[in-house]
Design a protein around this ligand. Sequence first.
Ligand code: 13P
Length: 255
Amino acid sequence: MDKSLRKVVIAGNWKMNKTPDEATALINEIKPLVADANCDVVACVPYIDLFAAMEAAKGSNIKIGAENCHWAESGAFTGEVSANMLKTIGVEYVVIGHSERRQFFGETDVTVQKRVRAALDNGLKVILCVGELLEEREQNVTMEIVRMQTKIALLGVSEAELENIIIAYEPVWAIGTGKTATAAQANEVNCAIRALIGELYGKAAADKIVVQYGGSMNAGNADELLAQYDVDGGLIGGASLKAPDFAAIVKAASK
Ligand code: 13P
């Protein structure tokens, strides 16, 4: 397999942080710091911040994404936003299946699959999150869990559509805890995800798929994580809210 076939993607996931004014300020602060990045740079922001973030990012190399989307085009789904709505306003990326959605908002592998389908049908690029709980790692079923989540999410996704999918391996126990997976642990699971893509779609697809790591990635540990053969970037929570920290990760990814 050839790592040079893949691009590196560093994406921020702002979660439920920043008002529109704060979003404008943060994007404006990040912009000059990542202008000469040698990787793709994405900021996934709360729905309310999308317009402000897209406006601030205009003319820069920062792409804007949302943090979820619904599978229906429209209808009686109070509080939800459709993939079609996101596409219509010019959003490029969407995070789907984040563990916080699974843990706190009842998302299942099946709803994740439906949201992925809708996002692809509307031309959005998907950052699909998978990852095991601490107890699942302790029960030694990490690979089974991650394979199952990935397989179900990709049901019905064609090899051509896979070009618009990034998979983010995010061990739930490493999210927001300051506990990072070791570089070896991250690489092991990312490698297994790539092998699964190989089983499902063949070697060429496996070589090309971008598999990120997420979970307490920061300016201090990014170098080591991103140097791993199967780690093609990061999905960054806390550290994406501070421009210098996020920029340092982008810099590590640009080497
Ligand atoms: P932290 O970087 O804050 O651990 O969050 C990771 C994450 O969940 C990104 O989606």
